[in-house]
Design a protein around this ligand. Structure first.
Ligand code: ATP
Length: 227
């Protein structure tokens, strides 16, 4: 179970003295093995919420619990180790490293933990499972289409076999065929017991979740009802 407890976040404008409230007293419980989708207008704070849930951005107030682990009470090294083992994050802008090949990008999160051959085989299996052809494995990210980059980012997020997948617009750059492939993959991951937290502008994708939340004006609502 992941618990978001009373989370608030504001950003200070550099040029102005006032703060903009992005999230206000957000509460959310996500049972293990469930898929929740979050939709909302551009700029409503969806990525901010995902970053907070994933340990990348400290909230101003409130806590994030993974079972009984209070994420922001962990010290830096313990927090990064916990994140690396538990959470696979698919960033909206991919965040692939430009001077590493496709397969190296996928291996990177575990490069210093596992035997290279074992890791290479796992990376190849993951890449093939989401339709990346062998001839792309040694290419640098700049030589990939947006959809290919997105799929490589998804493969990278799965390399450590995380319990939780946090996906920020994971189908934004994909055509229908590849979008459906990612939906199937996420559905399979849920069947395997993984928890999925997904932000999207695509209601067809969001509808595959167990619960659909709307984020607007700093508050999260479930099917129109405040949570
Ligand atoms: N580090 C920051 N400093 C100041 N403002 C920020 C920062 N990060 C985000 N914001 C602002 O917070 C608001 C919410 O941003 P966020 O990226 O979370 O929205 P979003 O709902 O994910 O948007 P989109 O659907 O367009 O991706 C935006 O107005 C954004 O400009």
């Amino acid at each position: 179970m992941i618990s978001v407890k009373n989370v608030s976040k504001s950003f200070q404008h550099l040029s102005l003295s006032q703060k903009t409230v992005i999230l206000q007293n957000v509460d959310l419980s996500i049972p293990k093995g469930s898929w929740i989708s979050i939709v909302g207008p551009s700029g409503s704070g969806k990525s901010t919420l995902l970053n907070i849930i994933s340990g990348l951005l400290k909230p101003d107030t409130g806590e994030i619990y993974y079972n009984d682990v209070d994420l922001y009470q962990l010290h830096n090294k313990a927090k990064s180790d916990f994140r690396r083992k538990t959470i696979g994050f698919v960033f909206q802008d991919f965040k692939l490293l430009p001077y590493y090949s496709v397969v190296d990008n996928v291996m990177l999160p575990l490069l210093y933990d596992r035997k290279k051959k074992e890791l290479y085989d796992k990376a190849v299996t993951l890449l093939q499972s989401i339709g990346i052809k062998k001839e792309l494995f040694s290419r640098l990210p700049e030589g990939l289409s947006g959809g290919e980059k997105q799929r490589v980012a998804i493969a990278r997020s799965l390399i450590a076999d995380p319990d939780v997948m946090v996906c920020d617009e994971p189908t934004g750059n994909l055509d229908r065929e590849n979008r459906d492939r990612i939906i199937d993959l996420l559905g399979q991951l849920r069947e395997d017991g993984k928890t999925i937290i997904l932000v999207t502008h695509d209601l067809d994708v969001a509808d595959h979740g167990d619960k659909l939340y709307f984020l607007k004006d700093g508050s999260l609502t479930l099917g129109g009802v405040s949570v």
